[in-house]
Design a protein around this ligand. Structure first.
Ligand code: PMP
Length: 389
């Protein structure tokens, strides 16, 4: 008999499992649960996109594509990014199609990290960042943001965390889990620090399509930042394509070819049929994206104002589909709140603490659920809160 754990890498042994999973598992074993826990659209991918995939299968396009992805898709992504960010990426040398934004993040980090390099993760943050930095051999350094400042990164806090080992920071706007959107002036202040300390930025722009009040500003459109930025994005959120596992990364040729080297050995290419679907999404998907965005905005307005009314104070999230209300008033920790709410009222939310220290005292609720479900969840949450304040 072997002892399997003796053979595991210490990096992997030290990784913490995602705190979100625990709540999925708890909720999965219960009946009548309303889940505000999952971070994905409640829309089915548009029919024309599904049809493009079916057509590609009918035509027998079932082999590998180029490692970097179908040229036609990269060209469409390049047009799309030009419109969204004003930056022109060369589809031949600067764009790489990946298996979700998740793989794009992994490639970006593995391409730049030497052992011991520090990468700044701004918390509360998407749960994968710190673990992906560790897996790449780097050291994640967290910088906290504050609920009173709507979780906007304060340049001074960023500067204080920079050391001579800092190589990059990971930015995410609109943010998961807070929904916070950084505007151009705020990004410009961050850019000054990036320039001053000669850092790189991995800009996770997966929620770029989903902004509700202000127009979206990409970090790469800030002067001088495109060359220092690896832009990560994909189809999962804006185009409601989570299950297709398709994303992309855009960066200068040196970074892109370094990522392509890793990608060709570890992945070969992203799924071919998903790539054909994505061409259709880029060419003809915008109208449906706008329709979904309108619907999220309506739900955000309803949900966030109701949260505030029941005493769970919440800033208005400028993007994505998450509300991040405070549960301080109840005297419960975020984990206690989420656990008791699930057990007593069968509403699943994610405790803010899983997203980093500054998430403690908050919960993440996804409002990508039907209006009926949101209204019922709010009734249950109101009852739950009333019994505690
Ligand atoms: N970045 C952020 C901020 C996310 O919220 C997610 C999905 N939850 C991802 C990346 C990964 O997206 P994908 O499905 O494209 O891998």
């Amino acid at each position: 008999m072997i002892e399997p754990s003796h053979y595991l890498s210490t990096t992997v042994k030290d990784l913490k499992p995602s705190g979100i999973r625990k709540f999925f598992d708890l909720a999965a074993g219960m009946e009548g649960v309303i889940s505000l826990g999952v971070g994905e659209p409640d829309f089915v991918t548009s029919w024309n996109i599904r049809e493009a995939c079916i057509l590609s299968l009918e035509q027998g396009y079932t082999s590998y594509t180029a490692n970097a992805g179908l040229y036609e898709l990269r060209r469409e992504i390049s047009h799309y990014l030009k419109e969204q960010t004003t930056v022109e990426y060369d589809p031949e040398k600067e764009i790489l199609v990946t298996v979700g934004a998740s793989q794009a993040l992994d490639l970006a980090l593995r391409a730049i990290i030497n052992p011991g390099d520090e990468v700044i993760v701004i918390e509360p943050s998407f749960v994968s960042y710190a673990s992906l930095v560790s897996l790449a051999g780097g050291v994640p350094v967290s910088v906290q943001t504050n609920g009173e400042m709507e979780f906007k990164l304060q340049p001074g806090e960023l500067e204080a965390a920079i050391t001579n080992k800092t190589k990059a920071i990971i930015l995410c706007s609109p943010n998961n889990p807070t929904g916070t959107l950084l505007n151009k002036q705020e990004l410009e202040k961050i850019a000054l620090i990036i320039e001053k300390y000669d850092l790189l930025v991995i800009s996770d722009e997966i929620y770029a399509e989903l902004t509700y009040d202000e127009t979206y500003s990409s970090f790469v459109s800030i002067e001088g930042m495109a060359e220092r930025t690896i832009l990560v994005s994909g189809f999962s959120k804006g185009f409601a394509m989570t299950g297709w596992r398709l994303g992309y990364v855009a960066a200068c040729p040196e970074f892109s070819s370094a990522m392509l080297k890793i990608h060709q050995y570890s992945m070969m290419c992203a799924p071919t049929m998903a790539q054909y679907a994505a061409i259709e999404a880029m060419k003809n998907g915008k109208e449906d994206v706008l329709h979904m965005k309108k619907s999220y905005k309506q739900r955000r307005n309803l949900f966030v104002s109701a949260l505030n009314e029941i005493g769970l104070s919440c800033h208005i999230p400028g993007g994505a589909f998450y509300a991040f209300p405070s549960v301080h008033k109840t005297g419960l920790t975020s984990e206690e709140f989420a656990e008791q709410l699930l057990k007593e009222e069968k509403v699943a939310v994610v405790p803010g603490s899983v997203f980093g220290a500054s998430g403690e005292g908050y919960i993440r609720c996804s409002y990508a659920s039907s209006l009926e479900q949101l209204q019922e969840a709010l009734r249950r949450m109101q009852r739950f809160v009333q019994n505690r304040v």
